[in-house]
Design a protein around this ligand. Structure first.
Ligand code: ITT
Length: 183
């Protein structure tokens, strides 16, 4: 049995692979589920995972990862709209917007929704940091402008980012639950 990671974002899959070694194989699947309009990462992830599991018509479980960057001084913007804002405004301009503020604190939050024939479970993780002018070539998305402990996430390798990141924490919680369940 393979777990199907439903995403068009290869960066997410690269980070997830480290966690699945030893428990299960993970396969990237692209499926254009309906992204519901909601302020809640949970609702978006659960609805996407449920819809995809039903639509793909196989017993293999699916995982959807919904992530947002929440900037304190901007009232949590772009939050659940982070993908849209990256595509329209872009990372560099979001940094310029935040750089006008005294408070540069922000956090990433990930909700993973797992769906199989028994139902849906969610796992979450977050990391707090500071927004900075872009640095680093690794990672993806907003990583170059998000600094944690003196380094941007784009200056870390996958292992280093996973050890402290929103997604790493959600994945660690998920694999622990999944391994217990299989026993
Ligand atoms: P899928 O929906 O196909 O999984 P996506 O990239 O659209 O891919 P999200 O809606 O979860 O996924 O992503 C929200 C935005 O946040 C998007 O612009 C990502 O590039 C960015 N993002 C997600 N995880 C990130 C991370 O770990 N570091 C930096 N940016 C991230």
């Amino acid at each position: 049995m393979a777990i199907r990671f439903v995403t068009g974002n290869e960066g997410k899959v690269r980070e997830a692979r480290e966690y699945f070694d030893g428990i299960e194989s993970v396969e990237q699947v692209q499926y254009d589920y309906t992204e519901i309009q909601s302020d809640s990462l949970e609702d978006i992830a659960i609805s996407g995972a449920r819809e995809t599991f039903e639509a793909l018509g196989s017993d293999d479980p699916v995982i959807v990862d919904d992530t947002g960057l929440f900037v304190d001084a901007l009232g949590g913007f772009p939050g659940p709209y982070s993908a849209y804002v990256e595509d329209t405004v872009g990372v560099e301009r979001l940094w310029r917007l935040a750089s006008a503020e005294d408070n540069r604190r922000a956090h990433f939050r990930t909700v993973l929704a797992y769906a199989d024939e028994d139902g849906t479970e969610t796992f979450e993780g977050s990391v707090a940091g500071t927004l900075v002018a872009p640095r680093g070539k690794g990672g993806f998305g907003y990583d170059p402008i998000f600094e944690y402990n003196g380094q941007t996430l784009a200056e870390m390798n996958t292992e280093e980012k996973n050890a402290i990141s929103h997604r790493g924490r959600a994945l660690a919680e998920f694999v622990e639950w999944y391994a217990d369940r299989e026993e």
